[in-house]
Ligand binder design. Sequence first.
Ligand SMILES: Cc1ncc(COP(=O)(O)O)c(C=O)c1O
Length: 458
Amino acid sequence: MSVHMSNRLSIENAPMIKTKIPGPRSMEFIEVQDRFETSSRSYTGFFNFAVDYGKGSTVVDMDGNVFIDWFGGVSVLNLGHGHPEVVGALKGQIEKITHITEVPTEARIKYLKTLNSVLPGKMKDNSKVLMTVTGADACEAAVSLARYVSKKPTILAFTGSYHGIAGGIVGATSNYHYRDYAGFSTQNYVYAPYPYPYRFQGKSRPEDISKEVIDRIEEMIGDPYSGVPPIGGIIVEPVQGEGGYIVPPDDFLPMLRETCDKHSIPLIIDEVQSGIGRTGKLWESEYHNVTPDIMCISKSIGGGIPISSVVYKKEYDQLPKAFHLGTYRGNPLGLAAGAAILEVVRDEKFLERVRSKGKYLLNRFEEIQADSRIIGDVRGRGYMIATEIVKDRQSKIPGTELAGKIRGAMFKRGVLMHTCGHYGNAMRFMAPLTIEDDLIDKGVSIFEEAIKETEVGS
Ligand SMILES: Cc1ncc(COP(=O)(O)O)c(C=O)c1O
């Protein structure tokens, strides 16, 4: 049994709320932050506290209140806070070297070898790695690579997608606000509907949704009058993250792979959120036996140190020097953490627990849904689970405000749970994969209370 299961990583008896939230010490920190930091912040609007430290799947605020962490720093902490393997790797590395650009170090070599050994499908021993810094950076480099090899600038993305907020990739992020704020355009990006079973607008029966989406893409590609220029790459999240933890039908990814093969279009699979065991396999694409041409990895690979990587098939390795630059690419601390994290997560027993506990959680959320008017949909895989909040189940009108209230009611009771989705109305479970059973069960009870409290007032 791996390290995470034999020793308890989290604080016992969480949650423990002893003061009004935010407490007096937190208030002092918040006051200074408000004075000096931009008011353009999002998370501090609803997680209104200051944090002292984290331990496993718990965080402690400046007043000693203990919270259960179902947030994981937006799905970054797949091994939780302060996992011994990660801390050990970081401590070892910090004594050696914390920054050097591109030159091989022990950490870099270990990361490259370990990553290669766990790559999905035919990628193993048949790929190259391009080091990047953030998720957006990886996706941007991936898209540039697809354009470079296909010699076609137009990239197809999906409704509900989120690939980051940077100039070259924000066009593939579907929420137009993000582009408008920064004055970017969607130039060279086109969109197809993502197969979102709960809100699919097409005519199909559930079992035909993938076909309808793929037919639409085939029409874009094949009909010279489709209005869409030749497509140089398709970027897809195998389970959509920010878009609402949307699990497409199982035949979708294989069908998309087939379309890409048929038309020689590079398929970019963005595993930034779904990867590193989040859905119960190391990579979501493994469920579908689909090999990406290009894969984006970030978030939990660095255990909190910002690193990311693009993995691409060897045939594409004809790039000019300095194709993608950045001083901080492949930071040694992140690489050391990354190799340690992959070693823990690749363990089949570890992944099996995520799969079985994930099913248990889905069931628990479905049981709560059965008694609730405002949970429209429950969906997910592994520890990527959402309950979509609606005004009522018949109308399916998004319950955006209700979701905000549920998040607040949970925070007050000591559980960090965040939202996502097209309308910000999906409550998402993205706790560390190492979370102990009692913190799952206590969190679920608190979720149920929060639903009931919110429902009464709605
Ligand atoms: C699937 C996916 N791709 C890319 C990104 C962008 O990553 P970052 O915020 O590190 O730029 C995110 C962030 O949430 C994501 O979920």
